[in-house]
Ligand binder design. Structure first.
Ligand code: ZN
Length: 373
């Protein structure tokens, strides 16, 4: 139940929502702040409620992304709520710029929709509260309409923050997708990354030069935001360069002869086979005529009671696996490996087995300029 520090709490439209354990630390901090500034148990409850509303807004944002991905026939995997925001894991990458655009747009739009509905509600029940509310007064004005205006403010802030036209915000992804068709994906990414670097650098200079205008907390927040934009822009640009490299190299150029192959009739012990395999690897099974007839993946030789008794390879190999062609790009190979349950796939030309390629081989090609053989 406890996957990498997160607890699954609810399932929305097939998407598992998990809350990271650090949430409880933040909630405790909120309670402590409430206790200190508002006083007593009631204050602590206000503090916790404030944090829960913030998480609710982040959750709505991520569900916006997740539902849109679902409508686009991309299975969203899971959503993890962290104190700094949410992470929506998609089961597959968007196939085109249009898909990427509307998935990116759906998160901020969910927050905008909630903010507009709450603004409508406020206008009906307390028209004055809509304009009177200031976030800085939040701690001193607990009241019945306070949490509505607080939610309104939180959702509006999330909308504007995520629509900033820089990476890693959704706004950056949206601008990139919009520019992708006139300029190409790589050029569009470079443009948005440059915009991020320039605006972050400008923002850092502005904050430092005019530091007397800001409180220390605000200044730290601006600097942290600038750092996030600098890093996000660098990562996106890097990812696109790597993708271009993968499009330029073929499977045939990067694949290698495996250290070991099996024949289908060979007798082995599971214990011995396991010694040859690391997690994620697979040993190809090749017939006398040089055709690939099976794969022995790590999953097939997991610890069993009768590890020392010999078995025939044909009994433990799997015969359903995808194979790659030497003329395919490494980019296509990476996607095929991500779709399959194996981290190593055989390369086949016509009917003949040529070699194997693993996710590590592809990562190596991504990093270094040197090509193997
Ligand atoms: Zn988002």
């Amino acid at each position: 139940m406890w996957r990498s520090g997160s607890i699954p709490v609810v399932k929305v439209a097939g998407i598992t929502v998990e809350v990271h354990l650090t949430f409880f630390i933040v909630a405790a901090l909120g309670a402590w702040q409430g206790w200190r500034f508002l006083g007593g148990v009631k204050g602590a409850l206000y503090g916790i409620l404030g944090i829960v509303i913030l998480f609710g807004a982040v959750l709505a944002h991520e569900i916006g992304h997740g539902l849109q991905a679902r409508w686009q026939k991309l299975m969203p995997g899971r959503i993890i709520l962290l104190p700094v925001g949410g992470l929506a894991y998609l089961g597959a990458r968007p196939v085109n710029a249009w898909q990427e655009l509307i998935i990116a747009l759906s998160g901020p739009l969910a927050n905008l929709a909630i903010a507009l509905i709450l603004a409508g509600g406020m206008y009906v029940i307390a028209p004055g509260g809509l304009l009177a509310f200031r976030p800085s007064e939040l701690a001193f004005l607990p009241g019945s309409t306070l949490f509505i205006s607080y939610s309104l403010w939180v959702n509006a802030a999330l909308f504007f923050f995520n629509m900033l036209p820089v990476f890693p915000m959704d706004g950056g992804t949206i601008i990139r997708a919009a520019l992708a068709s006139p300029t190409g994906y790589l050029r569009a990414t470079q443009l948005v990354a440059w915009l991020g670097w320039l605006s972050a650098a400008g923002f850092i200079m502005y904050t430092v030069l005019w530091r007397h205008l800001f409180s220390q907390a605000v200044m730290l927040m601006w600097l942290a935001l600038s750092a996030i934009v600098l890093l996000g822009s660098w990562q996106e640009a890097q990812a696109v360069y790597q993708r271009r490299r993968l499009l330029e190299i073929t499977v045939g150029e990067q694949c290698r002869k495996p250290a070991v192959t099996f024949a289908p009739w060979e007798m082995v012990t599971l214990e011995h086979t396991r010694e040859l395999l690391r997690r994620g690897q697979a040993i190809p099974v090749v017939s006398q005529t040089g055709q690939i007839v099976g794969l022995v993946p790590f999953q097939a030789v997991r610890r069993r009671p009768d590890d020392r008794s010999p078995v025939t390879i044909a009994h433990i190999m799997t015969t359903t696996f995808p194979a790659l062609r030497p003329d395919e790009t490494l980019w296509a190979a990476l996607r095929e490996i991500e779709r399959s349950s194996f981290e190593t796939l055989p390369v086949v030309s016509g009917n003949t087995f040529i070699g194997v390629i693993s996710i590590d081989d592809i990562k190596q090609a991504m990093r270094g300029p040197q090509r193997r053989r």
